[in-house]
Write a protein that binds this ligand. Structure first.
Ligand SMILES: NC(=O)c1ccc[n+]([C@@H]2O[C@H](COP(=O)([O-])OP(=O)(O)OC[C@H]3O[C@@H](n4cnc5c(N)ncnc54)[C@H](OP(=O)(O)O)[C@@H]3O)[C@@H](O)[C@H]2O)c1
Length: 247
């Protein structure tokens, strides 16, 4: 029960890595504001997990790029609990294109979700965490944000930005005891990874030392650790979870 007594907000909980983090956080006793875009898509799951792990899961439906909706979510958290210990910026999108095919729409879409929204989410979280004089912010970066990958200029640049803002905010917020870390997954078995297609998947898996894709649960374990008091002296770190992947 590493997260008992903590309140967490997680974006993009309806599938993939976010869903795995949602379940692990529930298992560890956190009260969770669980975000998804599609109204009611988490209602049943939130009820089931809340009952199974004897905790409270509150679905909050909004698009992370909708600033007014984000604001309303934080107002609700302040009114209902006046506490936020953990923010997990998980929601993200990937749009692959070789440089000649990159257009403004791809850049705007990817940066809106992967970077702009992450900054907005953090701005509101910091207001609550500053008053508490503690908090943990966890951003989902990517191995390609550190290492680069052909055909992923825009996505890799957005995740590079996440890494830079993580390191910067860790320095800016340490006096308020707000820790800011990122997880940089390698290739994880989710819809996002599978969207690259069968041929590229095989070629990609050949570059993983462990010889297999990562499981969403393996990212969630790192997210539990970083949110917990076991990581009390860890900030500004980019935690690679990639089974020894060479890109
Ligand atoms: N899978 C990997 O190999 C891998 C590797 C490195 C990093 N990552 C990062 O890990 C995070 C999770 O990835 P994943 O593999 O779980 O991806 P995924 O299976 O594609 O799921 C993405 C999640 O983000 C949500 N989302 C996207 N845009 C949103 C928006 N505007 N507002 C609210 N929610 C939004 C999606 O909601 P909808 O269902 O409504 O679309 C979905 O819940 C992402 O930041 C990704 O970049 C993944």
């Amino acid at each position: 029960m590493l997260l008992r007594g903590k309140t967490a907000l997680i974006t993009g909980c309806n599938r993939g890595i976010g869903r795995a983090i949602l379940e692990k956080y529930a298992e560890h006793g956190a009260v969770i504001y669980a975000n998804a875009r599609c109204p009611h898509s988490l209602d049943v799951l939130a009820g089931e997990l809340g009952e199974k792990y004897n905790t409270e899961i509150i679905p909050v439906y909004f698009n992370v790029t909708d600033k007014e909706a984000v604001k309303q979510c934080y107002l609700r958290i302040r009114q209902e609990r006046n506490q936020l210990d953990v923010l997990v910026n998980n929601a993200g999108i990937m749009r692959d294109a070789l440089i000649g095919m990159v257009d403004d729409k791809i850049i705007e879409d990817v940066f809106s979700v992967n970077v702009y929204a992450v900054i907005t989410m953090i701005q509101y979280a910091v207001r609550i965490m500053s008053r508490q004089n503690k908090g943990s912010i966890i951003n989902l970066a990517s191995i390609v944000g550190e290492m680069g990958n052909p055909g992923q200029t825009v996505y890799a640049a957005s995740k590079g930005a996440v890494i830079a803002l993580t390191k910067t905010l860790a320095k800016e917020l340490c006096s308020r005891h707000i820790r800011v870390n990122a997880i940089a997954p390698g290739m994880i078995d989710t819809d996002m990874f599978r969207s690259i297609g069968e041929a590229r998947m095989k070629e990609s898996i050949a570059r993983i030392g462990y010889g297999r894709l990562g499981y969403p649960d393996e990212i969630a374990d790192a997210a539990v650790f970083l949110a917990s008091d076991m990581a009390a002296y860890i900030t500004g770190q980019i935690v690679g979870v990639n089974g020894s992947t060479i890109i």
